[in-house]
Design a binder for this molecule. Structure first.
Ligand SMILES: Cc1ncc(COP(=O)(O)O)c(C=O)c1O
Ligand code: FES
Length: 404
């Protein structure tokens, strides 16, 4: 495995910060007590967990009592959706969007088979929701609206507070998957319309398998993991103390770096985009013109395959991705880009670069230097010309076996 790679796949996962590793290490073999124990040895671990909860709450502008530690984004999303439905058994309708992460979409699909009705809001070519469509979909039967803060593939940011105001006036609960937004967009739950918010540690330089779910005080929470009653009865199981300490430390660092790091990342991201667009014909930025995360760019290069571009980049030690980490490896084109109605050729030729606070200008320069050559070589080999690509687009539905 290359250690010296140029890592531009931070939306898939991030490197654990060395200060984070340092903070968690003593909790493996030195302070290994159970935070629920009555003795002082366990009690001091309990205090460290409380500090981590404070650090997490500070990043979200929340109260400590509103933070539940989870195993990550997927659990947070699952737990929030289930809780919202269990708390309002008389309501049988859910609203979400077509571009959510599978952690939300798979849950909704399963609920449909159990008799729930789910509305999947559409997005336009820029990846934006239509707030009128949302308003028209809300009914007295709507239990929950679950919408992501920012999209993991395109970085497109949804107008969460405008959505929340509409949700609140309908009486439904509002859950937000903020896995990609926490640490990149300032959050203040005290002035927000959000009832529940999911975050995940491994996107903010903490380890994998730890995260937090924010549940607004006063919102009835029905736990998904039940047992010994840890996390004030909201998530049972002996907590993963070292990972929680790590998450707290990572949250503190994110808050400290947020303003300056996102400014730097945006500058580098914009330079990367502008230079590639200027130097390579027939490419476009997915979600351009929409508000986007400062660290993310998804670029479609016509007439070639995203996987082939990644292979080319790999030879220079550059890590990027052709969609979400969970679905890359499958040949299905991205459900996000498809929902945006992108033409066949862009759909298949899209790759994502995602930066972090460790990204340097030299790394961006390296990508800028090799990309035109990679694209040119692949296009020279491509069997698709303009005309063939147009034919493919026309027959896209048949080729993909999509029902429509
Ligand atoms: C938007 C979004 N939601 C949820 C998840 C799942 O988080 P986790 O990997 O912590 O389960 C991810 C991770 O890629 C994500 O990008
Ligand atoms: S699990 Fe991370 S993008 Fe799907």
């Amino acid at each position: 495995m290359k250690k010296d790679c140029i890592y531009l796949d931070n939306n898939a996962t991030t490197k654990v910060d060395s200060q984070v590793v340092e903070a968690m290490l003593p909790f493996f073999s030195e302070y290994y007590g159970n935070p629920s124990s009555m003795h002082v040895f366990g009690g001091q671990v309990g205090k460290a967990v409380s500090k981590a909860r404070e650090q997490m709450a500070a990043l979200l502008g929340a109260e400590e009592s509103e933070i539940i530690f989870t195993s990550g984004g997927t659990e947070g999303d699952n737990a929030a959706i289930r809780s919202a439905l269990l708390a309002q058994p008389e309501k049988r309708h859910i609203i979400t969007s077509q571009v959510e992460h599978p952690a939300v979409l798979a849950q909704c699909k399963q609920l449909e088979s159990k008799g729930y009705t789910v509305t999947y809001l559409s997005v336009n070519r820029q990846g934006q929701l239509d707030l009128d469509e949302l308003e028209a979909s809300l009914t007295g039967n709507t239990a929950l609206v679950s919408i992501m803060y920012a999209n993991n593939e395109t970085g497109v940011v949804f107008p969460i507070e405008q959505i929340g105001l509409r949700v609140k006036s309908s009486g439904a609960l509002f859950h937000v998957d903020a896995v990609q937004a926490v640490g990149k967009i300032p959050m203040n739950m005290k002035t927000s319309t959000i009832d529940m918010l999911t975050m995940s540690g491994h996107k903010i330089h903490a380890p994998k398998g730890i995260g937090a779910l924010y549940v607004r005080r006063g919102v009835r929470f029905r736990p998904m993991v039940i047992g010994g009653g840890q996390e004030r009865g909201r998530r049972s199981g002996t907590p993963n103390v070292p990972a929680i300490i790590a998450l707290g430390q990572a949250a503190e660092l994110e808050l400290m770096h947020l303003e300056e790091a996102t400014k730097r990342e945006r500058k580098m991201r914009d330079r990367l985009e502008q230079t590639l667009i200027a130097n390579i014909p027939d490419c476009e930025i997915n979600g351009y013109g929409s508000e986007r995360l400062p660290n993310t760019t998804s670029i479609g290069f016509k007439y070639i395959e995203g996987e082939a571009i990644l292979f080319g980049l790999n030879q220079y030690g550059i890590c990027a991705s052709s969609g979400s980490a969970c679905s890359s490896g499958s040949l299905e084109p991205s459900h996000v880009l498809r929902a945006m109605g992108l033409p066949y050729t862009i759909l298949h030729g899209s790759i994502r670069f995602s930066l972090c606070r460790y990204t340097t200008d030299d790394e961006i320069d390296a990508v800028i230097a090799v990309m035109p050559g990679i694209i040119e070589r692949l296009r020279a080999l491509s069997p698709f010309t303009d005309d063939k690509a147009a034919w493919l687009q026309e027959h896209e539905q048949t080729l993909l076996g999509v029902k429509s």
